[in-house]
Each structure stands twice: as C-alpha cells, then as structure tokens.
Design a binder for this molecule. Structure first.
Ligand code: PFF
Length: 442
C-alpha cells in the first residue's frame, strides 16, 4: 500500500502547529516569561526559537521526509546496519509516557468544558470554591477516568480516520478555531479594568534578568514545547512529498507556536491581575485560579466555556500527533492496519493513564521519583530525559552521520550563507545546548 500523504503543505503546517501548540503554551509559557524578566525573556526566547528551535525543527521534519518512515524505521532506512535506530525508541517511549498523563489532564479540561455548557460552573458549586471542586474531582476513582477515556476515544477516532481525512482535516478546523477563540478571549481580558498590570507582568522588560543563568536554561527548556525530540514532527514529515519545501514551513510553525503562547498570556494575565490574584502556573492556574476569576467577571460563564473549549482543542491537536508516533511504528512493524494499531496503542496509553489518575486519589502517596507524584514523575522522565536525548540524536544524526551535502539537500538549503549557518548550528550548537539543558535539569 502506498504511504499516506498530506493533501496540502498548509495542511501539514497546521497539523505541526496543532502538535506544538498545547497545554504547555497555555499554562506554562507566559508564567515563565512573567517570572523571568517579562519582555526581556520574550526577546531571548524568540532568539532561541530562531537560533535553535527552528533549525532543530527543520532537522527533525527532514529526517522523516527523507526516509518516509516512522521514528524508528527512518533511522533503519537512512542508516542501515547501524545502531542509530535505537534512538528512535526515545520517541516511542516518550509518546507512551506523555500521552498517558496528557490525556488525564485533557480529561479534566473536558469535564470543566461540560460543566460550563450545563452552566453548573458559572458559580463554584458547594463550599470551598473551585479549589474544593478541583481537588474533589481529581481524587475520585472513576469519574476522571471516564473523561480521560472520552478524550482518548476522540484522539483515536481522528488518528484512525487517517493522515489526510483525520489528522489534516481535524487540524484545518481546530487551529483557525483555536486562534479565533483565544483572540476573542484576549480582547475581552484586555478590556478589563486593571488589565495593564497583567501586560506589565508579561511584557515589561527587566534587563537585569539577563544576568541570571536560570533565564537561559528556562528559555532553552521551553523550546521542547515546540514538540521537538519525540518524533511527532518527524512522523508528520514522513507524510510530506519531496516537492514541499521545508525552511518556510519550519519558520511558520516556530513563529505560530510563539504567537499562541503570547496570546494565551494575553488571555490569562490581564484577568489574573485585574482581580489582584497572585499568578501561578500549571493545573492550579487553569483549574482553580481562572474559574474563580471567571465567576466574578461579567459574562464569566461564557468566558469559561470558551476557555475550556480552547484548552480542550489545543490538547486534542497535540495528542493526535503523539498517538501518531507509535501508531505509525506499529503499523510498519507488525503490518497492522491503522485502526488496529491506533486502538491498541491508545488503549495501552489509557491503561497507563489509570495509574496517573489514581495518583491524585488513592495512590496520592506514591512518589516514584523524588517527591513527585505519578504524573510529575512521568513528565520528568519524558521531558527532562527522553525528549532531550531524542532531540540530541536527531541533531547528531543529521550533523555528523550525514555528509554536509546530504544534510543540506534533506532540508532544501544550498551551500550558501543560510545553509552554512544552519549546518553549523545543527552540528555544533544544538548538541552543546541540549547537553547544557540536560545536565542543568538533572
Ligand atoms: N507541544 C505540546 C505542548 O506544548 O503542550 C506537547 C507535546 C506534543 C510534546 C507533542 C511533545 C510532542 F511530541
């Protein structure tokens, strides 16, 4: 059977943006920016996106496009009889780890979305506000799992429907819709009295932050939210034909990811500061702080509904790309149909998700790594170890295993200034930088 392909280059770009733009952009980026020098961090991050993110993104996509195979098969095809393919398993393992907790959190988002549709969450039901609502919900046994299962079923449905009919079509709808929803929310948030403080938190540059080493590590660490290192973009690249040029697409994807992160900040921080609340990040921000603000806001119920719809869409489009990595691998390895492969893989991830979910309830005392609960431990292994190793292998593979002319041809660059700069970055700078992030995060 012929390998599936994207219908258009735009379809591929939207799918790759869908992969990159996820929970990370919405609840992490702007908080990290605000706490690390605001506008100064934003500039530094943009520099990192251009200097490292986009060159690595280009590299990852090019491996897939050249090999037209999955994350393990690509190395086997391009470097036969070498151990390079082992590095593909970093991607397969991180996909299993990441999606099993991503689906749990996305399930929480669906639960909130549903309760905004019914109007139950326009005001926090019961005593204790949204802190009690959230804490009570995630610590139950079955209820959160029902929402995780529902989310996984949607992810599987889209992946089963195929690259073009499923993944591409879904992202062609989701991404413009997500942009529209977030822009509407940002305009509303900016119109609140006191929104200026939020803008200051996000954008006011504190140049002295440049003197702290941690800001560089933070900015570099954020790069992995571009979905680099797992093989999602490699797999998506494998459905691209050779006539679709890569450099422009890579720049577009990198810039749009940053755009979505900044827009999310414009939604969240003006509102947080307008209600004089201390900013936080992660699940407490979106599942406790924001709903508490929404209930005090004019039209807050509608704002909450739109927000959790957007959050669910962002999670869904990222989750699709994660499921596709092992789905493509098992389809080739066992000659399975897309349906069999994605249902099998998705079910295993759901099964792992049961442990993650129970980690907030009956197993809340289980802390596999340090004092981290089950979710944080899985996130730690995937984000701090497997993804950096995956990204490092891709850079070393293209920078050192390929000849320079092969590498340049793979990414559609010539041996000119641009090509030379990209090659130097991938060969020397990216590996050094990843090693720095790796060591400093351990
Ligand atoms: N980029 C997604 C986010 O920011 O939430 C998460 C993610 C998706 C990570 C796909 C890795 C990946 F391969």
């Amino acid at each position: 059977m012929a390998r599936e392909q994207w219908g258009t280059k735009l379809g591929f770009m939207l799918a790759a943006m869908g992969s990159a733009v996820g929970l990370g952009n919405i609840w992490r980026f702007s908080f990290v920016a605000g706490n690390n020098g605001g506008g100064a961090f934003l500039l530094l991050y943009l520099g990192c996106v251009f200097l490292i993110g986009i060159p690595l993104l280009l590299t990852e996509v090019s491996i897939g496009r050249k090999a037209k195979s999955d994350v393990v098969g690509s190395y086997q095809k391009l470097a036969p009889k070498t151990p390079w393919f082992f590095t593909g398993f970093f991607g397969i393992f991180s996909a299993f780890l990441i999606l099993s907790f991503y689906a749990v959190v996305a399930g929480w988002s669906l639960y909130y979305f549903f309760h905004y549709i019914t109007g139950d969450f326009f005001q926090a039901p019961g005593e204790g506000g949204f802190g009690a609502v959230f804490g009570g919900f995630i610590s139950q046994g079955w209820q959160p799992l029902f929402w995780t299962a529902l989310f996984m079923a949607m992810v599987i449905f889209i992946v089963v429907s195929g690259v073009k009919r499923g993944i591409e079509t879904a992202n062609k709808i989701f991404m413009p819709l997500l942009a529209l929803l977030l822009i509407v929310l940002a305009v509303f948030s900016l119109s609140l009295d006191g929104a200026m403080e939020g803008l200051k938190f996000l954008f006011q540059p504190d140049w002295s932050a440049f003197s702290k080493p941690s800001i560089y590590v933070q900015a570099l660490g954020e790069l992995f939210s571009l979905s680099l290192g797992m093989g999602a973009l490699l797999t998506y690249g494998s459905y691209l034909s050779d006539d679709k040029k890569l450099p422009g697409a890579a720049i577009g994807i990198g810039l749009m990811d940053t755009f979505f992160a900044v827009i999310s900040g414009l939604v969240i921080f003006p509102a947080v500061f307008a209600f004089s609340i201390d900013p936080s990040s992660g699940p407490p921000l979106v599942f406790i702080t924001l709903p508490t603000i929404f209930e005090q806001m004019p039209l807050g119920g509608i704002v909450g509904l739109i927000f959790f719809f957007a959050l669910s869409l962002a999670a869904l489009s990222s989750a699709i790309s994660i499921l596709e990595v092992p789905t493509a691998y098992f389809m080739r390895l066992f000659n399975w149909t897309r349906k069999k492969s994605s249902i099998t893989v998705g079910s295993i991830m759901f099964f792992l998700g049961i442990f993650v979910s129970l980690g907030f309830g009956v197993w809340s005392g289980v802390t596999p790594i340090g004092d981290r609960n089950i979710l944080d431990s899985m996130d730690y292994i995937a984000s701090n170890i497997l993804l950096p190793l995956g990204g490092l292998s891709m850079a070393l593979f293209v920078g050192w295993y390929f000849r320079k002319s092969t590498a340049l041809k793979a990414v559609d660059l010539k041996d000119d200034l641009f090509g030379g700069v990209w090659y130097g970055i991938v060969k020397f700078i990216v590996p050094v930088v990843i090693l720095i992030i790796f060591v400093s995060s351990l």
